[in-house]
Every structure is written in C-alpha cells, then in structure tokens.
Design a protein around this ligand. Structure first.
Ligand code: SAM
Length: 199
C-alpha cells in the first residue's frame, strides 16, 4: 500500500510555507521588501533570496539580539551581489515611514515573541496597527502583499488577533483582497494567516 503512495511535493504545507509559496509569486529580482519582525532571520533569508540581484530588504526588530541573529543568517546566503542591499533596523515596524526609502512589494509580519528568546518581548496591536495604516496608505506598491501570521496562544496575541480580524473586515473590497486561512484539523490553537493584497 505504502509503495503505491507517491510523494508529489517536498514542502509540508505549514502556515509559514503556505504564505511563502504565495509570496514567491509576487517577488522578483530587484524589488524592495520588508521583514517587519526579523527575529531569528528565517523570513529575511527567504525574502532576500527572492529579490537577488538588485533588491532591497528592510528588516525590523526592536531587539538588537534578533537583528544580530538575522545578520548571521543573511551573511550565509552565497549569492548576494553588490547591487543587492539589506538594512537591519532596530526600531518598531510602527515607525517604518522613518526608514523606508520607497514603497515595498511585500511586507511580512510573523507576530508574537522570539522563539528561544524573551517571551515578554512580543508584538502588540498599537505598533502593528500603526504599521498597517502606513503600509496600506502609502508604503505598499499597487498589487503588493502584506503577509501576517498571528498566534492567539498568549494574551497579547489574542488581543492582537481579535483586532486584526476587525481591521481586515474594515478594508474595502474595491481596494484590497483579504484572505484569512488556518490549519483546521488541529486541537491546538493554530496560527492564523492574514494575506492582504493592496490593489
Ligand atoms: C515570532 S518572532 C519573528 C520570527 C522571525 N520572522 C523569524 O523568521 O525568525 C517576533 C519578533 O518580533 C519582534 N518585535 C516585537 N515587537 C516589534 C515591533 N513593534 N517592531 C518590530 N519587531 C518587533 C520581536 O522582538 C521578535 O523578535
């Protein structure tokens, strides 16, 4: 029986990989992108890899230690050419307008706290809301994507997720496409993915 089952795709469809498969369609060499929560650098590595050559990555985190980890990961990418640049920004994503030089093609938020880090340092709705207002107003190019993964397994995350649902419900369908997905067949509180395309 097992011999008859053929694996057709190597990627397991977890929430992060689902978002990356989608983001990949919208990223191309030379474009500008933003990692709003750099953390351990996994999302930054994914983004930078897709915009080489010639792209610009803006990676934000409020923890210097997270940006140091991200830098180590980015430096391992073998094919970063001199025309590609990345900026590691130790500031809140709520202040993105003070750092971006141009609107971005994609902005990626992986909310919550840094795995393996200080669990009391977590994203919060006020800063996320500021960032989303700035992005949707001016800082995402038409057709671009905001990807947000939200976790309701801790009190701050529950509030953030509740407000996020309210925020996306208020986005007019003539100007935004909003998708919300979640792994369904799990008993644990699974992360929720919000994808916003700005038209
Ligand atoms: C779940 S981790 C991100 C994981 C990361 N994307 C990765 O690939 O490893 C969340 C990160 O958001 C950061 N953070 C919290 N509030 C922030 C804010 N207002 N602006 C930017 N980063 C923030 C935390 O310091 C933490 O490193």
């Amino acid at each position: 029986m097992n011999q008859k089952r053929r694996k057709i795709y190597e990627t397991e469809l977890r929430t992060t990989s689902l978002n990356q498969i989608l983001l990949e369609k919208f990223l191309e060499p030379g474009c500008s992108v933003m990692d709003a929560t750099a953390g351990n650098g996994h999302d930054s590595v994914f983004l930078l890899d897709k915009i080489i050559p010639g792209g610009i990555l803006y990676a934000f985190d409020i923890q210097l230690s997270a940006l140091e980890r991200t830098k180590v990961q980015l430096e391992k990418l073998p094919h970063v050419d001199p025309k590609t640049s990345y900026h590691l920004i130790c500031d809140s994503h709520g202040n993105l307008d003070q750092h971006l030089k141009e609107p971005v093609q994609a902005a990626v938020f992986n909310l919550g706290y840094l795995p393996g880090g200080d669990h009391s340092v977590t994203t919060n709705w006020d800063e996320l809301h500021k960032a989303l207002q700035l992005l949707t107003a001016n800082w995402i190019i038409p057709g671009g994507i905001i990807s947000i993964i939200s976790y309701a397994g801790h009190p701050e995350g529950r509030e953030e997720q509740k407000r996020l649902y309210q925020f996306v419900e208020g986005l007019p369908a003539t100007q935004y496409n909003v998708h919300v997905t979640q792994i369904w067949n799990t008993i644990r509180s699974a992360p929720v993915s919000f994808i916003i395309q700005c038209l």
